[in-house]
Design a protein around this ligand. Sequence first.
Ligand code: CP3
Length: 397
Amino acid sequence: MSETGIAAGPAVGTTPDTPTPAPSSIRPETPAELSALPAEHPARRPVAEGGVAGASVLRELRGDRADTPSVWFMRQAGRSLPEYRSLREGTTMLDSCVRPDMAAEITVQPVRRHRVDAGIFFSDIVVPARQAGLGVEIQPGVGPVFDHPIRTEADVDALPALGDDYEAALEPIREAVRLTVAELGTTPLIGFAGAPFTVASYMVEGGPSRDHLRTRALMRSQPEVWARLAAWVAELSGRFLRAQVLAGASAVQLFDSWVGALSADMYTTHVQAHSAAALARVSDLPVPRIHFGVGAAHLLTPMWEAGATAMGVDHRLRLDQALDILPAGTPVQGNIDPAVLFTSEQARFEEARAVLDAGARASGHVVNLGHGVAPDTDPQVLTDLVSFLHEQDAHRA
Ligand code: CP3
């Protein structure tokens, strides 16, 4: 059992002969554990007193089922909302992330509109790199583009040290989180970061890439250069997570959007320890740690072993099949196919019910999409889906 009150997978690199024991430490936090958070942190006060302790989404993530399903959507803030598009007008994506009032308002917009059970902090996986001083922008219609790709030992040597300057540069993030949680009240805020593989692959490729060939080639040809880069990103992302939690986030999610490009061998050899290092930056704090990858059915166990306390599952794998793979007692999150948002209401509700049923025997289940909300999703469809889910009995199956 970990001291944080949250189960984690076994130490990285161990392959237990016996099945991993059920995460018995998934339970409400003790006062001693909660004291690791600042006094004003919302997780230190119960919902009845205006805090978030005991909120349904946090209960599910701790393997303590609530009667009503909990739901939030990856990328719920953003282009699908007209109020987002009008607020963002004239401000670049990355500039909007470091304007605390704007980031807070954008985070709260979908909670207000859809009545989801958690907010996901509005930011991006490349914001930490930018705050550390790297030249990066998100080009509309393209994606993240770095001024100087990192491909050689000299490039890694030239990465900025992550010292006090980086901590200071995270202040707009902390301020945005403080404003957000004040606004969210009894709805928990989930903080997030990009995982080392996904973020480092943008740095190596210089921009979006279909197959991440240069990144995978770097791992094979110069494993020690890759390892130093991935360790740098782990610290970058891990400290970004920690800043969000200490400022008021009550759970975190590590997004490894492109990890599905790796074999299980490549993951355990070159990536797992770095994702573990990122998660370890918050493992002394009593907040659930969700780990999510796309196309990562073959990586569920090693991703869990990287120190997650709950696993996000994409829509390619049914939740009951994920539960067969994961250690007994693992809380799961997912996994409505975002494509059903573009079908009929009947198809959407059937899919939602099927996802609830597939997750019914999990120790905890937070409903989500199998990947993010697409920008052209009709927001009313999301609002209706949330109401439908809130009318369901989580235990029926
Ligand atoms: O659920 C979340 O909101 C978590 C945070 C998150 C965002 N983007 C928020 C975001 C995460 C984990 C990402 C990942 C990300 N960002 C990827 C990896 C692939 C994936 O989807 O998982 C990539 C390629 C990016 C880069 C990016 N960010 C692009 C191409 C854009 C759109 C361009 C623009 O100018 O709007 C963004 C913006 C972005 N990132 C938004 C949000 C909520 C706002 C706009 C939108 O709805 O897309």
